[in-house]
Every structure is written in structure tokens, then in C-alpha cells.
Design a protein around this ligand. Structure first.
Ligand code: HEC
Ligand code: HEC
Ligand code: HEC
Length: 428
């Protein structure tokens, strides 16, 4: 039997270890505040720099997240639902109290590179700083100039509603140890200037991997699987490293057109969370988008094993019912003789990525939500059918499209997929 005295050194060692652990944790979690500044007078900010900043914030989709529906741009308040609860974006206009008016450039840079707010608190990684950390100092300074020249808006974000223990922001420090590699990549001298810029834009500012990568159980992008395809808001964000292996292989020109116009005649239209990305990219210089395409095409994976095909049952009755619904509700636009099909440059269903995808997710989302009306492009509109059809009818339509417009094996469990996506529990 061990005497109490023999235990003593072990207990002391354990206590010492725990104390060291706690000290390390405290060090990790502690970040100093950066002194507040007086909001700079807009006229004191370089106009040229602010103009370049407009391009940076468009490439970074800052307004997409930092604007509530119907709210003022950049004033925040958009709810983001995550598997861990709801988080609200903050106000990034230069209001001193509720926005970032009192933030120096140093504070702003630290937020983008390391996810730390001016007062030292950890920011949640729903703010994609793990990607923005790859931005160049020049781009960060330009974005800062652009934002600081805007009119301040007084707006306070609603309180977050996150599950325990994630409501403790300090825990993000541990997440950062695992998933944040701060700072830009050194340029690769073996590659072209365009490739290097493309890498910076795709992996950094464009944060494409935030949506186009699979996630691990704690909500971070899986290591080594960047851009291999993910699920976001119930939509499938397809792999970007297999573009050259699509039914009709993508070309760099297809990709540039898609990213800048939201449409590729050979692959379909951008919808769901991808639509605002393309609307922002429509405003940036062509060369930036070309650089992205150059980089993405250097990542394409050689043909490997074909995707596993399941020997799924063909439900002929469902397909027949779907055909009837299609003739009534869809053929006026998607039928061969429909006027929409005679407008050049339009994607047909037979090459649509959504119909060729591994899961029916995007076809279902497309039918539920349609393509919202966008004034300037009247032909780029599809009504939402979520209220018109029930789950069984939408499933019939999806099975009909798959059987008619692809040669791939049928999707499985389509009615269940419709129900799950409608309920919104198909996120991630
Ligand atoms: C995918 C959505 C998303 C995008 C895109 C995004 N942000 Fe954010 N951002 C957030 C969220 C969410 C927060 C709040 C995080 C928190 O409260 O912990 C945030 C917080 C911030 C903060 C900290 C503000 C504060 O008061 O604490 C800054 C600064 C910021 N974002 C700047 C930017 C800039 C600049 C861009 C574009 C380059 C950008 N964000 C793009 C989601 C986003
Ligand atoms: C008023 C015209 C209109 C009607 C009616 C319509 N659509 Fe669409 N649909 C569009 C437009 C516009 C797009 C975006 C692609 C484009 O611009 O060509 C689209 C895209 C799609 C896509 C995605 C293709 C892609 O871009 O990858 C699917 C799937 C689809 N529609 C299915 C349907 C189904 C099923 C119905 C009937 C229930 C239907 N649509 C009815 C106009 C229409
Ligand atoms: C907010 C999430 C999000 C971000 C950020 C995002 N995407 Fe997407 N992307 C999607 C979703 C969802 C789809 C599928 C829906 C669709 O086809 O419209 C998609 C579709 C695409 C497609 C069509 C793929 C195919 O096989 O049809 C391409 C190409 C693409 N994205 C490229 C990019 C690039 C490049 C970036 C970075 C500049 C990017 N995306 C950023 C969500 C995102």
C-alpha cells in the first residue's frame, strides 16, 4: 500500500502541471487592448487608397455578411446560423461607439490577421479571418481607408445566441492554435505573378475555401481538404479541384465568365450563397478574376477513381409524375422550345452542375427558392416553388430531372432530402 507520503510528490507535480497549464491557457487567451483613436476625419484619408479599398471589400464580400436584410451597408446585424447557435455580424462603419470608428489601422489589421477585436476579445471564426490573414498589408490598409471614409452608422448587433460552452469567446484561442496560421504566404518565385495573385485572392480575401471545403466536427475546415467541396446553408458548394472533370469540363474562360456574370452557358447559374459572391466579383477588375482562374486551374486533380455509384432503384412512377409537373410548371422556361432557351449563353439542364451533382441538394434548393428577381436581367429569374409544391411533388420533379438530364445513377432518399432541406436542418 502506498503511504500518503509517497503520493505527495506526485500530487505536487500534478498541481504544478495544472498551474502551468492554466498559465499557458491564460497566456493564450489574453490579448491586450489596442488604444482607441479619434475617428479620422474622412478628408484626411487618401482617396486613391480608399478607391482601391472598394475593390478589396468587394473581393472579400465584406458587405455580404456585414449588412442585415434591408439594413444599411456595413452596419452589421445579419444573423448567421451555425451548428452551434446564431451569431450576428457587427457594425464595421466608422461609428466610434457601435462600429470601428475608434480602431487604428493596427487594430483593424490584428482583427483580420488574428481574429482579435480592438479591446482584446476573441472573434468567432464565422468571421473568416483564418482566410483574411493571407491578405497583403496593402489590401488591408486599402480596406481600412475605404471603411473609414464611409458615413458612420449607429447600430449595435443583437446579442449572440450560442450554446454552452461556446458562448465563452476565450475558447476560440484554442481553436486558433489548431486552425489559424497567421500571415500571408511568401510569393512562390517558380510561379507567375498572376498565379501568386490568384492564390492570395482564392485562399485569402476571396475565402472560397470557407464554403467549398468539408468541415470537421468542430466546425473547422478539414485539414488537407481545402476546396474539395462542402455544404453551406443547406447548399452543396461543389469541389473546385475537380472542375476539369465535370461532365463538360470547365475551361478557364468558363470560370471567369461564371464568376463575373453569375452564369456559365455550359454549367449553370450561380444561386444560393454563391449568387452574392458573383455579384461582388462583377465589380472588380477582370484581371483579378483571371488570376483566380489561373490559380484554381493549377489545383485540378487528375482523373482518379470514379465517384462510387450506388445501385439505386429507379422509381418510374415518381419520374412519370415529375414529367407531368415539369410540363406544367417548368417547360415554359426550361422546355426545348421555350423563349428562354433561345437567348444565347444560357445553361441547359443537361449540363447543369446541380443536376449532375452527387446529391439532389442544389436542385431542391433551386426549386424551393428560385432565382430572385434582379431588375437588370429579366431573363435571369425563376419563381420559387416552395409554396406551390409539397415535398412529394418536389421529390418527383428532382427525380425526373435526374433521369432526364443526366446519365448518372438516381439520387437516393430524395423525399427525405426535400423534407430535411425545407426544415433547414440540412446545414452542414
Ligand atoms: C462570412 C461572413 C463574414 C464576412 C464575409 C466578413 N465578416 Fe467581418 N465579421 C463576421 C462576423 C460574424 C463577425 C463578428 C464575430 C464575433 O462577434 O465574434 C465579424 C467581425 C468583424 C470585425 C470585428 C468588428 C468588431 O466590432 O468586433 C471586423 C473588423 C470585420 N469583421 C471586418 C470584415 C472585413 C474587412 C471583411 C471583408 C474583407 C469582413 N469582415 C467580411 C462575419 C463576416
Ligand atoms: C420563369 C422561368 C422559369 C421557370 C418557370 C422555371 N425556371 Fe428553373 N431556372 C430559370 C432560370 C432563369 C434559371 C437560372 C439559369 C438560367 O438563367 O438559365 C433556372 C435554373 C434552374 C435550375 C438550375 C440549373 C442551373 O443553373 O444549374 C434548375 C434545376 C431548375 N431551374 C429547375 C426548374 C424546375 C424543376 C422548374 C419547375 C418546377 C423550373 N425550374 C421553372 C427559370 C425558370
Ligand atoms: C458563401 C459561400 C461561398 C463562397 C464564399 C464561395 N462559394 Fe462558390 N459556390 C457556393 C455554393 C453554395 C455553390 C453551389 C450553388 C451554385 O451552383 O450556384 C457554389 C458554386 C461555385 C461554382 C460552380 C461549381 C460547379 O461545379 O458548378 C464555382 C466555380 C465557384 N462556386 C467558385 C467559387 C470561387 C472561385 C470562390 C471564391 C472567390 C467561391 N466560389 C466562393 C458557395 C460559395
Amino acid at each position: 500500500m502506498l503511504s500518503r507520503n509517497r503520493w505527495k510528490p506526485i500530487l505536487i507535480a500534478a498541481a504544478a502541471l495544472a498551474a502551468v497549464g492554466a498559465a499557458v491557457a491564460a497566456c493564450l487567451m489574453y490579448e491586450p487592448a489596442i488604444a482607441p483613436i479619434q475617428p479620422p476625419a474622412p478628408a484626411s484619408i487618401d482617396r486613391e487608397l480608399a478607391l482601391r479599398g472598394a475593390r478589396v471589400v468587394a473581393l472579400g464580400d465584406c458587405a455580404v455578411c456585414h449588412t442585415a436584410p434591408g439594413g444599411k451597408p456595413y452596419a452589421g446585424g445579419l444573423p448567421l446560423s451555425t451548428p452551434f447557435g446564431t451569431l450576428y455580424t457587427t457594425n464595421i462603419t466608422p461609428d466610434a461607439q457601435t462600429g470601428i470608428g475608434s480602431w487604428s489601422l493596427d487594430a483593424f489589421r490584428r482583427a483580420l490577421r488574428r481574429g482579435i477585436a480592438r479591446d482584446g476579445h476573441q472573434l468567432y471564426p464565422a468571421f473568416p479571418y483564418v482566410h483574411y490573414t493571407r491578405m497583403s498589408d496593402d489590401d488591408i490598409a486599402a480596406a481600412y481607408a475605404f471603411l473609414m471614409r464611409r458615413d458612420p452608422v449607429v447600430a449595435k448587433a443583437p446579442d449572440n445566441d450560442l450554446i454552452f460552452p461556446l458562448n465563452f469567446r476565450q475558447l476560440v484561442a484554442f481553436w486558433n492554435v489548431l486552425f489559424l496560421r497567421p500571415g500571408p504566404d511568401a510569393p512562390d518565385p517558380a510561379q507567375s505573378v498572376a498565379w501568386n495573385r490568384g492564390r492570395e485572392l482564392v485562399t485569402g480575401l476571396g475565402h472560397c475555401a470557407a464554403c467549398h471545403s468539408p468541415l470537421n466536427p468542430i466546425g473547422a475546415e478539414s485539414w488537407g481538404k481545402a476546396l474539395h467541396g462542402g455544404v453551406v446553408d443547406g447548399w452543396e458548394a461543389p469541389s473546385l479541384v475537380r472542375l476539369s472533370r465535370a461532365r463538360v469540363p470547365w475551361t478557364e474562360a468558363d470560370l471567369v465568365t461564371y464568376l463575373r456574370t453569375g452564369m456559365s452557358a455550359r454549367h449553370g447559374a450561380a444561386a444560393g450563397p454563391m449568387l452574392p459572391v458573383t455579384q461582388e466579383l462583377a465589380t472588380v477588375p477582370l484581371q483579378d478574376v483571371q488570376a483566380m482562374a489561373t490559380y484554381l486551374f493549377s489545383l485540378q486533380q487528375p482523373a482518379g477513381d470514379p465517384a462510387p455509384s450506388h445501385a439505386a432503384e429507379v422509381d418510374r412512377q415518381a419520374i412519370a409524375r415529375g414529367a407531368v409537373l415539369f410540363r406544367g410548371a417548368c417547360a415554359s422556361c426550361h422546355g426545348e422550345k421555350a423563349p428562354m432557351q433561345s437567348v444565347g449563353g444560357r445553361p441547359g439542364l443537361a449540363t447543369s452542375s446541380a443536376v449532375q451533382a452527387a446529391t439532389p441538394r442544389n436542385v431542391i434548393q433551386m426549386m424551393l427558392l428560385g432565382v430572385p428577381w434582379q431588375g437588370e436581367q429579366p431573363m435571369h429569374y425563376m419563381p420559387a416553388f416552395g409554396a406551390t409544391f409539397d415535398d412529394a411533388q418536389l421529390a418527383d420533379l428532382a427525380m425526373y430531372l435526374r433521369a432526364t438530364y443526366s446519365t448518372l445513377s438516381p439520387w437516393q432518399d430524395v423525399p427525405q432530402a426535400v423534407a430535411a432541406i425545407r426544415k433547414g436542418d440540412a446545414t452542414r
